[in-house]
Design a protein around this ligand. Structure first.
Ligand SMILES: O=C(O)CCC(=O)C1=CC=C[C@@H](O)[C@@H]1C(=O)O
Ligand SMILES: [Mg+2]
Length: 342
């Protein structure tokens, strides 16, 4: 690929729009997803770092958006990607209706360890998912102590894997040694300065990889190649634009053993582009290139102050990516694009 010119902040801002997508069910504490999209020569890209992330962390998300809009997707090796249904921390009686939004999916990922809820709530929610799905995996988002995790995993019973039972890599390793079910690392890869620590500590059997926090599709593929664990590509609650990059990365992986967490389009009541809704349990790679492929009318109104907040954040993250500083702080230091940009 001939190197492209690295975009200026003015170029990015010229085509940037902030959108706010309404969610069906509260997820990750959110009832709306605010994010920014822009268009470049290779199509649409998304910059949607969660609002509480600082600039050092958010810069990787901008790198992912720039890659999408200026380089486009990597070469795919498959034309469909199996996805899991994503079950927020709802009551057990709501689970079947949520699963029905993932036609053909045979795996459910069920959120557990929600603050304010009990282990009985988790057991009941997982049982409701098991009644419908062939396989259930659970995600605790690091909320358990090792003791709580070991107790809860035994109470919940057979699952495909447990995603991020505890917060730290060493705690994951403790839990992994104590239980029979596989352990998957999400935050320990997504928020880690060194995503390979989980391997060195023998803390996980599966790696959850997310394109935006890892700095793009190519960075995700490089980590997947180097980490030596089976990977599950998952969304970062992206709009359909960011989801296209997740699906493209999953479609480019040489091997894919597990269903991916790329069905979260079903959590929104409206999206700015044709959503990736599973059919027969799979989503298919698609890329949004045309101006008309994205329709921001699906967004709720965004106040001018929020629009400005995102634009300012984009400019700061762009500066970090462009000039990562003498110690390589931020993602610029990971040299994620090697020679793809001038
Ligand atoms: O993995 C899935 O099924 C969907 C993606 C998903 O669960 C998440 C997306 C974004 C933020 C996270 O809190 C959450 C996760 O922890 O995996
Ligand atoms: Mg997770």
């Amino acid at each position: 690929m001939t190197p492209r010119a690295w975009p200026t902040v003015a170029e990015l801002l010229e085509f940037a729009t902030v959108v706010r997508l309404p969610m069906r069910t509260r997820f990750r504490g959110l009832t709306e997803r605010e994010t920014l999209v822009f268009r470049g020569p290779a199509g649409w890209g998304e910059f949607g770092a969660f609002v509480e992330y600082d600039d050092d962390e958010a810069a990787a998300w901008l790198a992912a958006g720039i890659e999408a809009a200026y380089l486009g997707p990597p070469v795919s090796v498959r034309d469909s990607v199996p996805v899991n249904a994503t079950v927020p921390a709802v009551g057990a009686d709501e689970v079947a209706a949520i699963l029905a939004r993932y036609p053909g999916a045979t795996t459910a990922k069920v959120k557990v360890a929600e603050p304010g809820q009990t282990l009985d709530d988790d057991v009941a929610r997982v049982a409701a998912a098991r009644a419908v799905m062939q396989r259930v995996r659970i995600d605790a988002n690091g909320k358990w102590t090792p003791e709580e995790a070991i107790h809860a995993i035994r109470a919940i019973g057979d699952v495909e894997y447990v995603e991020q039972p505890c917060a730290t890599v060493s705690e994951l390793a403790v839990v992994r040694r104590a239980v029979d079910v596989p352990i998957a690392a999400d935050e320990s890869i997504r928020k880690a300065a060194d995503p390979f620590l989980v391997v060195a500590a023998e803390a996980a059997d599966v790696a959850i990889v997310k394109v935006a926090p890892l700095g793009g599709m190519r960075a995700t593929l490089a980590i997947a190649d180097a980490i030596g664990l089976p990977v599950v590509v998952s969304s970062a609650l992206d709009s359909a634009v960011g989801m296209a990059a997740g699906v493209a990365a999953a479609a480019a992986l040489p091997t894919l053993e597990y269903a991916c967490g790329l069905g979260t389009g079903a959590l929104f009541t409206a999206d700015i582009a044709e959503p990736f809704i599973p059919a027969g349990g799979d989503v298919r790679p698609r890329w949004f290139t045309g101006a008309d492929d994205v329709d921001v009318r699906a967004s709720r109104d965004v106040e001018p102050s929020r629009e400005q907040w995102w634009r300012d954040r984009l400019a700061r993250c762009h500066a970090l990516l462009t000039d990562p500083g003498e110690n390589g702080r931020g993602v610029g230091g990971r040299n994620i694009f090697s020679d793809l940009f001038q």
